[in-house]
Design a protein around this ligand. Structure first.
Ligand SMILES: C[S@@+](CC[C@H](N)C(=O)[O-])C[C@H]1O[C@@H](n2cnc3c(N)ncnc32)[C@H](O)[C@@H]1O
Length: 272
């Protein structure tokens, strides 16, 4: 579980410092997502929900100079990283805002997009209802989210290194809250969205590259995701044992000079 206060604080700060690596880990997914978004061509205003350090917003602003792009996120550190990266696009703006309450009816978006930014809402039906109410008539929604942990080796294999109780509620806010497509379809339709469709996509999650891919992956895992959480919680011998196992895991996933894991996502589309 990753809650709102963590994104507003320490987790958001880590992501803001690690955006080059998170963008790298999502790179093949980003290409697929941008390709799917390209079929929603006739746009005047796009809002990127949970935009993080802004890669998707920046790509869209560059590709559509006549469309206003707004990136929204609850993490002030991520919004300042995104603003610094995207400042040269006149049609791009970033704002600290919560998708559950944000609204600007004078410039209502006709397209919402998100790369993995919608699985952390405390009350997803309320958040998607707010987005529905804040959208232009006939607006569309295109977002990605992870499928199950068992289909995401980077998560299941790291999870197997630390003994922990299974999450009491698999739909609690977190990276896998939207793994179950029936659950997500229920949320979206309860929030007023229709024409809901799910496309499964698989991609290579690169955790380490460069001159020393193993150290690069260990540093990345030390800051982002389930390993970073385990490192914060463990102490003494348990911590050392975990770090040794993490290194062995990274070594066993070194292929063609990169530390790679299989990853699986949904691309979800819907219409107002
Ligand atoms: C997994 S990160 C993805 C970030 C970015 N889209 C990317 O692909 O790098 C999830 C993002 O959702 C944001 N987020 C979580 N809850 C939110 C909310 N209620 N409103 C807006 N953003 C939220 C977090 O701060 C975080 O930046």
């Amino acid at each position: 579980m990753t809650d709102k206060s963590e994104w507003q604080g320490q987790v958001g700060s880590s992501w803001a410092r690690q955006w080059q690596r998170t963008d790298r880990s999502f790179a093949p997914l980003t290409a697929i997502l941008l390709e799917r978004i390209s079929s929603f061509a006739d746009t005047r205003r796009i809002a990127d929900i949970g935009c993080g350090a802004g890669e998707l917003s920046i790509e869209l602003a560059a590709a559509r100079p006549d469309t206003e792009v707004l990136g929204l996120d609850i993490s002030p550190d991520l919004i300042s990283a995104a603003s610094a990266r995207g400042s040269h696009h006149p049609n791009l703006r970033f704002a600290v805002a919560d998708a559950s309450t944000w609204s600007d009816l004078s410039s209502a978006p006709d397209l919402y997009v998100s790369r993995h930014g919608v699985m952390f809402f405390d009350d997803p039906v309320a958040a998607f209802s707010n987005l529905h109410g804040s959208a232009a008539p006939r607006a569309s929604l295109v977002f990605s989210c992870f499928r199950s942990p068992s289909e995401n080796a980077w998560a299941s294999k790291i999870g197997a290194l630390v003994p922990s109780a299974p999450a009491a509620n698999p739909h609690a806010p977190g990276p896998f809250a939207f793994a179950d497509s029936a659950h997500v379809a229920g949320i979206l339709s309860a929030a007023g969205w229709g024409d809901i469709a799910f496309e499964p996509v698989d991609f290579d999650y690169v955790a380490g590259s460069g001159e020393d891919p193993i150290s690069d992956a260990l540093d990345f895992f030390g800051h982002i995701g389930p390993a970073a959480r385990a490192i914060r919680m463990l102490e003494g011998d348990a911590r050392k044992q975990f770090l040794d196992r993490l290194r062995m895991l990274a070594e066993s996933h070194l292929q063609q000079d990169k530390v790679r894991f299989s990853a699986a996502a949904w691309i979800v589309t819907a219409k107002k």
